[in-house]
Design a protein around this ligand. Structure first.
Ligand code: IPE
Ligand code: IPE
Ligand code: MG
Ligand code: MG
Ligand code: MG
Length: 310
């Protein structure tokens, strides 16, 4: 299990490290204040450094791994899907940079390092997020698989755009910030979790399956898996904020209570949240039964979510 995760993860990290969109000449950090005109066609500094900074910090890479493993449920040549996997990580990283901004969760520590805006300032952090979001679509649209299988690739890009979009992750983030300090309510927190987190977990599962020519019934299994795993993933994130180890997680704990966030434990308590996360993972595992024994890696990955410490 861990070995296969490591193989996918390393492949994703290689793509992210060698992104041609972020390659350039000098590599020096030329600040705008130095008055140097950036070269046409290159990402200007300090935008590039800010994008690379957050993208290459050691995140868990669970979303790209989900995309590659979902593709591998049906086909062996999972390397074909790598640009899409990298793109999903760019979108996720943009969401983290913006999530940490003073106007959002106001967190100054992420992936074990100062948050993007603490290093580059708020203006560049906002633009680095914008940049990663756009670069994700450039990366997907330039992938070889777009030429080989345009119908499948477009379907995958569409599902990612929808789930990351204004009825998806951004919808969840909207309620997350607007409901700070409100009376916790089950239905509302379920909406927040479903969208701010589960949508960006479901998107790579569906995108991987679509790229691999999945049938409708297989897509339905993948959707149920992603939705249930995504809910459990955010329930555990809420629990870790209450009980986890900040150093292991690479982000501060206790912040949800400080900001009056509407979390799952705020509605049902810690013990019930644990039970609900277990039930959601059980549902995710069941959903993958339709893939027989090839679903095992993704089933174990879901179960590991329950015992994760970061
Ligand atoms: C953090 O995501 C934000 C949530 C949606 C809970 P991850 O826990 O996947 O963060 P990284 O990518 O490993 O840093
Ligand atoms: C973040 O949720 C969800 C997105 C970034 C879309 P949280 O605000 O709970 O994530 P952390 O705890 O800061 O990682
Ligand atoms: Mg948040
Ligand atoms: Mg946050
Ligand atoms: Mg959190």
């Amino acid at each position: 299990m861990l070995e296969r995760y490591a193989v996918y993860r390393q492949a994703v990290d290689e793509v992210l490290t060698n992104l041609s969109l972020l390659q350039s000449g000098s590599g020096e950090l030329v600040t705008c204040a130095s008055g140097t005109t950036p070269l046409e066609g290159e990402v200007p500094e300090p935008l590039k450094s800010a994008m690379v900074y957050s993208l290459l910090l050691p995140g868990k890479r669970i979303r790209p791994v989900l995309l590659l493993a979902s593709y591998a449920l049906l086909r062996e040549d999972w390397q074909e899907a790598l640009p899409f996997a990298a793109a999903v990580e760019m979108i996720h990283t943009y969401s983290l940079i913006h999530d940490d901004l003073p106007a959002m969760d106001d967190d100054d520590y992420r992936r074990g390092k100062p948050a993007n805006h603490r290093v580059f300032g708020e203006n560049i952090a906002i633009l680095a997020g914008d940049g990663l979001l756009n670069m994700a679509y450039e990366t997907m649209l330039s992938a070889p698989v777009c030429v080989k299988k345009p119908v499948q690739a477009l379907a995958a890009i569409k599902v990612i755009a929808e789930k990351a979009g204004v009825r998806g992750m951004i919808a969840g983030q909207t309620l997350d910030v607007k409901l700070e300090g409100s009376m916790p309510q089950g239905e509302l927190v379920a909406y927040i979790h479903r969208h701010k987190t589960a949508d960006l977990i479901t998107a790579p599962v569906l995108a991987g399956l679509l790229l691999a020519d999945a049938r409708d019934q297989q897509l339905r299994c993948g959707q149920r898996y992603g939705e249930s795993l995504g809910l459990a993933f955010q329930m555990v994130d809420d629990l870790l904020d209450l009980t986890g180890d900040a150093q292991a997680m690479g982000k501060h704990t206790g912040m949800d209570a400080v900001r009056g966030k509407m979390t799952w434990p705020a509605v049902v308590g810690i013990e019930q949240t644990r039970r609900d996360a277990e039930l959601a993972v059980r549902d995710a595992v069941e959903a993958l039964e339709c893939f027989g024994s090839s679903g095992e890696f993704l089933q174990v990955l879901a179960q590991e979510t329950l015992v994760r410490v970061k």
